[in-house]
Design a protein around this ligand. Structure first.
Ligand code: F6P
Length: 546
């Protein structure tokens, strides 16, 4: 697919050039001025769709900015790209794959074709199989090798095979079956496994080995360690494996060679990217935790946002607006990062989840046709739940020298209403967004009787942009909508930047070198000094100290 953008070049586009000029004109304008000029701005620059409310009024934009950003979306062919994704076209060019996480949450009866075959029936067959298994584990019908019911579920996976499951488990803990323990092992650091199982009995423990490829070094190493740990406790009988290990993978051959009965394998497909897979079979731990009905509600939430993204005009399209705003700051304000600030303890792993989603997707420096970009691509996403971040890094956002656009995420209701906690929490959301936007002038500081030498230290410049995203309460549906909101925001950014948001070649080199170096760390005799002088001496030092 030779896209329109790659043949013309983003920076040569009419809308891009106009945005550059426009940013020079309004770039220095303060949010105080924007609000003073338009008293209705706080209501006008909002959008509520699918129960997700977005206030984007505290961005350094005006109507002309929005008009030009929307024009940019049109000029770069965003609409055609969205249609291509939903149609099942192979838009992951470098891996020659369709990108169809949207098919994972398509209702029964919808038709989505990949290479002429409707994939939706297969998606539902896997969901039904997951449901049957999840019910057995939750009810105690699924027994371990010694006849005991399962009390512990340990997901072994990394990247997309870990971050989504962990995030969803934490986010939806309120809805989970509390007599089951869930643990997540990802790191090849043996401490991760050792600490996860140190208080568990193997005869009550079920391992879910989650790996799209079933070849990932970390996951396979942990899975083999888990196998040995379980067998050591279960008398060494290999038949125990079938009761204590299931696989989630696209690779039946490798699953079988590990020793897991492919009857106990939950499949998915090469058109599901790892970081887009939490709603596939990779979500088995989620389904066991929250139950099939809640898992289907999660899928319904994803689907509702998919439909919104697919059909809404861009000016009223939540992911499109969020995507365009981040493009605006990344290029024209040199913003290096975006802070994700959920004011909901259950979303404590949401920023970590978004790190992979956003940065593995859009951390690219060439366009689809291999041309080096002459503009900024994916910013760094990071964050912590509020209010903890306020007592940590917010200082820099308020008074540092860098511009850090923030996404505040809050809820009208808490699942744990106790005293005044929730009002206090939400007061902080609104206060932080207000303080960032409007700051505090030297005059205001002086008027408080502050000594003159202290005035500069106490001034808040303001003009720090933020979005405020609000929803009812954290629930499976709402989580699905929020994740899909960011998935499609990433898609929008990638379409504007004309990059492949669905490959991840950048993780390969380190993997290859690690395999080579591992041999050198373990060889009986000193390896030849075949690296640079730094790497050679680090290897020698480790060998002599280990
Ligand atoms: O980090 C690279 C990557 O391929 C991710 O995209 C993926 O989520 C992760 O490794 C795990 O891969 P797998 O599910 O195949 O073990």
């Amino acid at each position: 697919m030779q896209s329109e953008a790659s043949s013309t070049g983003l920076t040569s586009r009419t809308a891009w050039k106009a945005l550059r000029q426009h940013s020079a004109a309004i770039g220095g304008k303060h949010l105080r001025e924007f609000f003073a000029e338009d008293p209705g701005r706080g209501e006008r620059y909002t959008l509520e769709r699918e129960g997700i409310f977005l206030d984007y009024s505290k961005n350094r934009i005006d109507d002309q900015t929005l008009r030009l950003l929307l024009q940019l979306a049109d000029e770069t062919g965003l609409r055609a790209r969205i249609d291509a994704m939903f149609r099942g076209d192979k838009i992951n060019l470098t891996e020659n794959r369709a990108v169809l996480h949207v098919a994972l949450r398509a209702p029964k009866g919808q038709q989505i074709l990949v290479d002429g075959e409707d994939v939706v029936p297969a998606v539902h067959a896997v969901l039904d199989k997951m449901e049957g298994f999840a019910r057995k584990v939750r009810s105690g019908l699924w027994k371990g090798f010694t006849g005991k019911r399962i009390r512990n579920v340990v997901n072994i996976g990394i990247g997309g095979s870990d971050l989504g499951p962990v995030m969803a488990y934490e986010a939806l803990k309120h809805y989970s079956q509390r007599d089951l323990n869930f643990r997540f092992v990802s790191n090849v650091d043996s401490t991760d496994f050792a600490e996860a199982v140190q208080d568990l009995d193997a005869d009550e423990t079920l391992f879910l080995v989650a790996s799209k490829t079933f070849t990932t070094l970390e996951t396979m190493t942990n899975a083999h360690t888990a196998r040995a740990w379980a067998l050591a406790q279960l008398g060494g009988d290999e038949r125990a494996i079938a009761r204590h290990f299931v696989a989630i993978s696209t690779n039946a051959k490798e699953v079988a060679s590990f020793g897991i009965d492919t009857e106990n394998m939950f499949g998915f497909w090469d058109w599901v990217g790892g970081r887009y897979s939490m709603d596939s079979a990779i979500g088995l731990s989620t389904m066991i935790a929250i139950g099939p009905e809640n898992f289907r509600a999660l899928l319904a939430g994803f689907h509702a946002m998919d439909e919104h993204f697919r059909t809404a005009p861009f000016a009223e399209n939540l992911p499109v607006l969020l995507g365009l705003l981040s493009v605006w700051y990344a290029e024209f304000f040199d913003a290096q990062t975006v802070a994700i600030l959920p004011y909901e303890q259950y979303l404590k792993r949401f920023p970590a989840y978004l790190q992979q989603l956003t940065m593995e997707s859009n951390g690219k420096h060439v366009t689809l046709d291999g041309t080096t970009v002459d503009y900024q691509t994916g910013p760094i996403y990071w964050g912590e739940p509020g209010t903890n971040g306020q007592h940590s890094f917010y200082q820099l956002i308020h008074q540092g020298t860098r511009l850090i656009p923030c996404d505040f995420i809050g809820f009208y209701k808490t699942l744990n209403p106790i005293g005044r906690h929730h009002d206090m929490l939400m007061a902080n959301v609104f206060a932080q967004a207000e303080a960032l936007a409007f700051g505090k002038t030297a005059e205001q500081v002086r008027a408080e009787g502050t000594a003159e030498w202290l005035v500069p230290h106490r001034v808040f410049e303001g003009n720090r942009p933020s979005n405020v995203i609000l929803a009812e309460a954290i629930s499976p549906q709402v989580l699905g909508k929020l994740v899909a909101l960011y998935e499609h925001t990433v898609f929008t950014q990638g379409a504007i930047w004309n990059i492949d948001s669905f490959d991840q070649w950048g993780v390969e080199l380190g993997k290859v070198l690690a395999t080579r170096i591992l041999g050198e760390l373990e060889s009986a005799s000193a390896p030849a000094a075949s690296h640079d002088s730094s790497t050679n001496s680090l290897i020698a030092r480790y060998r002599s100290h280990k």
